[in-house]
Design a protein around this ligand. Structure first.
Ligand code: FAD
Ligand code: MLT
Ligand code: ZN
Length: 489
């Protein structure tokens, strides 16, 4: 059946758009963290929506499972095929046209494979702003961003990918094309199909294009790195910043000393830029910090005054212990680079247990205090790589094995030791974190999605009613179970 499918698909695509050679499949078979290693039968790289639709119709005919993939930067294993050798990766990365720009409506219509960075650049060229911002934006695609309902650093001001999307074009799981490319901010004409596909992680339909929402570009953006005593100070700083800056506060990221310590250890040149605030160099203690960003609609002067006033008050009230304001775009970029390098540093350190939790902002401090205590007493020496989008209530409360386990070992040995640790303890640790999150009315995935990493966890916490509704939707839209089986549900 599978070979017959490939033979049927071949004439639809150009010669480079159907890959079966093992070395050509490698990059599509493994996720960014190298946690999941799949074995695809083939990789298909169509260039048009019509080609995508034809592939899906043939997949239904031949009952071949398709695994949608964009930039393959996802952190939940959603874009990785299983190891059966029968699933086909359907990459949307060659759908790269910018179809329409509408400055007055402040929208862009882009195909799924356009990278997030390219969308930002296209908006910038229109004199506007596309505010979705992720560390992976150079490779992640807008299709993947919408399929995962990505969050990132601007959510507290602009919302997540769902909030930034006005319309989608979708190839359904049975191979029809739905043109929902409406650039409307209001549209109450029945069920919201757009929002059904956004965040569905490739299990309900293939997003082939989207209309995204743009914003006026701020006149000035200022960034500061502030040293705080801990999460309680971070919360006080957030309240102060929101009271003083209101909608001008466009970024508020918390970084524990352990998380920036990883950057110091593995990418010292990157850490150098925030050295005075984060500490942790030359055997000195590290400090928790907050990276915050102000975007002002009027002028550089107004932005500077606003940030200076905020920092003065924060210092005066003892909310921050020290602060450094970036004096140039290059300095601001360097501070953001420090923040975005935590993930890469963690990957260098070895396999960690990643969490992506959301809590009411009012519960963050209590959660961290109680969780830190519970973790440290259950696993003395364990490292809590706690960082994230504090301003919207999303923490990456990651857990790493005690470094003492791998003292004096090579990188390869360390990675193996940490892998073994995870094998024994990951399920218990994950449950400890998620049980507490759910008990505090939080979510076990704020922005990365369930994929295959959290699929079974979600089953534990979602009610039977919710799970049945989700299954009913899946069966109705994808009766043959063609799209991304084994993910989400
Ligand atoms: P992929 O990884 O290719 O796919 C992700 C999921 O979407 C899969 O389930 C796949 O099947 C599905 N999919 C992909 N394209 C389509 C499509 N066109 N139609 C239907 N389904 C599709 N995420 C955040 O939310 N916030 C962050 O701050 C953030 N920072 C990151 C930093 C780093 C260094 C890295 C490596 C990742 C980060 N991520 C972050 C995770 C990741 O970049 C996002 O989830 C991103 O949205 C994935 O886009 P992608 O194109 O790489 O999708
Ligand atoms: C981030 O906020 O940096 C990303 O979501 C990546 C991660 O969780 O490691
Ligand atoms: Zn994040």
């Amino acid at each position: 059946m599978s070979q017959a499918f490939l033979e049927a698909v071949r004439p639809l695509l150009g010669p480079t758009a159907l890959k079966t050679a093992p070395d050509a499949l490698e990059a599509f078979a493994v996720d960014w963290r190298k946690r999941y290693v799949g074995k695809p039968l083939a990789v298909l790289l169509p260039e048009t929506t019509e080609q995508v639709a034809a592939i899906v119709r043939l997949a239904n005919e031949h009952r071949v499972a398709l695994v949608p993939q964009g930039g393959n930067t996802g952190l939940s294993g959603g874009a990785t095929p299983d190891a059966s050798g029968s699933q086909v990766v359907l990459s949307l990365s060659r759908l790269t046209r910018i179809r329409h720009q509408d400055s007055d409506n402040k929208t862009l219509t882009v195909e799924a494979g356009v990278t997030l960075q390219q969308v930002q650049e296209a908006a910038d060229a229109m004199g506007l702003l596309f505010p979705l911002s992720l560390g992976s934006e150079g490779s992640a695609t807008i299709g993947g961003n919408l399929a995962t309902n990505a969050g990132g650093t601007g959510v507290l001001r602009y919302g997540n990918a769902r909030d930034l999307c006005l319309g989608v074009e979708v190839v359904t799981a049975t191979g029809e094309i739905w043109n929902g490319l409406r650039g409307l901010r209001k549209d109450n004409t029945g069920y919201d199909l757009r929002d059904l596909f956004v965040g569905s992680e490739g299990t309900l339909g293939l997003i082939t294009a989207a209309v995204v929402k743009l914003f006026p570009k701020p006149a000035a953006v200022m960034t500061a790195l502030a040293r705080v005593g801990g999460p309680a100070d971070a919360l006080r700083l957030l309240q102060l910043a929101q009271a003083q800056c209101d909608a001008a506060l466009t970024g508020f990221e918390f970084m524990s000393s352990v998380s920036t310590g990883l950057v110091v250890e593995y990418f010292p040149d990157v850490a150098r830029h925030g050295a005075q605030m984060i500490g942790g160099q030359d055997g000195k203690p590290g400090y928790p910090t907050v990276l915050l960003e102000i975007s002002h609609p009027e002028s550089q002067e107004a932005a500077t005054t606003m940030l200076d006033r905020l920092m003065e008050k924060a210092l005066e009230e003892g909310v921050v212990q020290d602060a450094s304001v970036a004096q140039s775009v290059a300095q601001a970029k360097a501070l953001w680079h420090l923040r975005e390098t935590i993930t890469l540093s963690a990957a260098e350190d070895g396999p960690h247990i990643k969490h992506d939790i959301a809590l009411p902002i009012s519960s963050l401090v209590t959660f961290i205090a109680a969780m830190d205590q519970e973790m440290q007493s259950a696993y003395p020496g364990i490292r809590l790589i706690n960082f994230g989008h504090f301003g919207d209530g999303n923490l990456h409360y990651n857990v790493a094995p005690p470094p003492a386990l791998a003292a004096g070992k090579t990188k390869t040995e360390r990675h193996q030791i940490f892998k073994d640790f995870l094998q024994t303890h990951e399920d218990t640790i994950r449950k400890m974190v998620h049980d507490r999150v759910v008990a505090m009315n939080g979510s076990i995935s704020a922005e990365h999605g369930l994929g295959q990493l959290r699929r079974d966890e979600a089953k534990r916490y979602k009610s039977a009613v919710e799970q049945n509704l989700m299954k009913t939707i899946k069966t109705a839209l994808d009766p043959n179970g063609i799209l991304n089986p084994g993910k989400v549900l």
